[in-house]
Ligand binder design. Structure first.
Ligand SMILES: [Fe+2]
Length: 149
């Protein structure tokens, strides 16, 4: 995981800044048996659904798909992603409404909590494969922020 403030405010940034807005981060050994660690998280946080999503340059309508998540939005369920391959960029609002840029890659497990504004992009490689966990798939509809800072 790479972590930085999007604006150059000369302040250090750490996982603690993510934790302050309820973001959970842990590392997972994706070369080993990941399921016990995922099961622990599911039990601790009430996730019941699990699937795998993969986006590649060959994914049909990739740009349209990605456009849904590039604008600032939140979900009424947690957004849980364990990256298995590729990479992605989450911009997450800090406690004082600045953007925290989180670039995730294989082994990064990130939970963006429900009702936390964020946006998501692929990197120029346009490839990511992730495990997703859900409490309820109906919580997955993005709710867009009306006015963006
Ligand atoms: Fe999202």
């Amino acid at each position: 995981m790479k972590l930085s403030w999007l604006a150059d405010n000369n302040q250090p940034i750490a996982v603690a800044d993510l934790n302050r807005v309820g973001v959970h981060y842990e590392q997972v050994d994706t070369a080993g048996d990941m399921q016990p660690q995922l099961d622990n998280l599911k039990q601790a946080r009430g996730y019941v659904e699990q699937d795998i999503i993969e986006l590649t340059p060959q994914t049909p309508n990739l740009d349209t798909l990605c456009d849904k998540f590039k604008d600032e939005h939140l979900h009424t369920d947690d957004e849980v992603r364990l990256v298995l391959a590729g990479e992605g960029v989450f911009d997450i609002r800090s406690a004082d409404d600045q953007w925290m840029r989180v670039t995730v890659e294989a082994g990064d497990l990130l939970v963006v909590p429900a009702n936390c504004y964020h946006r998501f992009f692929l990197t120029p490689r346009k490839h990511i494969r992730c495990v997703r966990l859900f409490k309820d798939t109906s919580g997955w509809t993005p709710v867009y922020r009306e006015s963006q800072v």
